[in-house]
Design a binder for this molecule. Structure first.
Ligand SMILES: Cc1ncc(COP(=O)(O)O)c(C=O)c1O
Length: 397
């Protein structure tokens, strides 16, 4: 057979380090090793029972088994539920019909936002390290990524003054995302106030990814871009999801809120690609957003306990990892005993010698090199065991 050639835009995508980690994990499992996976941010806790019950009940109804329509009754109810949730959670008022757009997971919306707006010469400003789709979506859409380093000394908070005017003049999109994956950095409302003041008069889309707003500890409350005064005067949008707050990652339900013009173009783009979410899934998600919220508090309590257990165990094992205020990630500098070992090699060593899978920092951009990310998606007892095994690798270095 003659060779098959992928499109250049796909060839341009960076190496997907998580695929390499998956292969290493499969190899370790095949060798009979008991592997503890702290790699992917894939919640292990159950979705709320009331959401699951509603999904099952609604899935049986014929009217829910047809294609979704952009403004059908269920779709409008979902938009109203999101608006009510934003009002309750952030005190922000949104018009459900023009300022809320349902998504098949926020990752889908992020990917299609770039497709909706990026021309070949356009730039998206993407902090590094970052959740990979912020940059990958731009590359897939044929645009150019301008990377802005997030400095550990600045608490990984984006320094707007570090964005050069040459990039800004061609910039269509700017991404921010706090609480931050992978570094778990958090910001206060003053950050969004500065961002909105900076963006006023510019035509770029300021895009906040707020996936982890509810996974916060120690009295910290995560603000939303939508709370910043003047946000309606800029092209500001925010992505959110039920994946993390409600442990519904497999359901594929997210939403974008914000400037109607931006959402209209995103909706138009999506209309050529998908038919929206399964209606039964939307009805289940409505239950999650509008039903009792104790499940969120219980989830956060579990992550906080896991964080404390893992941080203590890692410190006792000789690795002084930081304790995050937000997200279920720990972002840790590779110990000096491993010198300048690339993060992928170090992560590979942890799989081979400790049976622990972590995410190599370089998977989040070049500026993640030298770090690894631990996801607290395992029960406490397995987290203790992982730290114990990692300690043995450190001791042998
Ligand atoms: C920062 C961030 N945004 C978005 C997502 C994707 O969420 P969803 O399940 O809604 O696609 C993730 C998933 O890990 C994430 O870390």
């Amino acid at each position: 057979m003659t060779a098959l050639h992928e499109a250049d835009r796909i060839k341009r995508l960076p190496r997907y380090l998580f695929t390499i980690m998956d292969e290493l994990k499969a190899k370790a499992v095949a060798q009979g090793q008991e592997v503890i996976d702290l790699g992917m941010g894939n919640p292990d806790l159950p979705s709320p029972a009331h959401a699951v019950e509603e999904l099952c009940r609604q899935a049986a109804k014929v009217e829910n088994q047809r294609y979704s329509r952009p403004n059908g009754d269920v779709e409008q109810a979902f938009k109203r539920a999101v608006a009510a949730w934003y009002r309750g959670r952030f005190g922000v008022t949104l018009d459900p019909l023009t300022q809320v757009l349902p998504l098949i997971g926020s990752k889908e919306g992020i990917a299609h936002l770039a497709l909706a707006f990026m021309n070949p010469d356009d730039i998206a400003i993407v902090p590094s390290p970052a959740y990979p789709p912020h940059g990958d979506s731009v590359i897939m859409a044929g645009g150019t990524v301008h990377t802005v380093p997030l400095a550990p000394e600045a608490g990984y908070v984006l320094d707007l003054a570090a964005i050069p005017e040459s990039a800004l003049s061609r910039a269509k999109i700017l991404f921010v995302s706090y609480p931050h994956n992978p570094t778990s950095a958090c910001v206060d409302l003053a950050f969004y106030e500065r961002l909105v003041a900076w963006a006023r008069g510019r035509s770029l889309i300021v895009c906040s990814d707020l996936a982890y707003s509810d996974i916060v500890f120690d009295g910290y409350t995560a603000p939303s871009l939508m709370q910043a005064p003047g946000v309606r005067d800029i092209y500001g949008i925010e992505f959110h999801t039920v994946s993390k707050s409600y442990n519904m990652a497999g359901w594929r339900v997210g939403f974008a809120v914000g400037h109607p013009d931006v959402l209209r173009s995103l909706e138009k783009t999506k209309s050529y690609i998908d038919f929206g979410n399964f209606r039964a899934v939307q009805l289940g998600a409505i239950q999650a957003l509008t039903g009792p919220q104790d499940c969120v508090r219980e989830t956060v309590d579990i992550y906080r306990q896991r964080r404390d257990v893992f941080v203590d165990a890692m410190r006792a094992a000789g690795w002084p990892v930081p304790s995050p205020r937000g997200t279920f990630y720990l972002w840790a500098k590779i110990p000096p005993a491993f010198g300048a070992m690339p993060a992928l090699d170090f992560a590979s060593r942890l799989v081979e010698q400790a049976g622990v899978v972590v995410a190599p920092g370089a998977g989040f951009g070049a500026l993640g090199e030298g770090y690894v990310r631990f996801s607290l998606v395992q029960p406490e007892e397995r987290l203790r065991r992982a730290a114990d095994r990692i300690g043995k690798v450190l001791a042998g270095a």
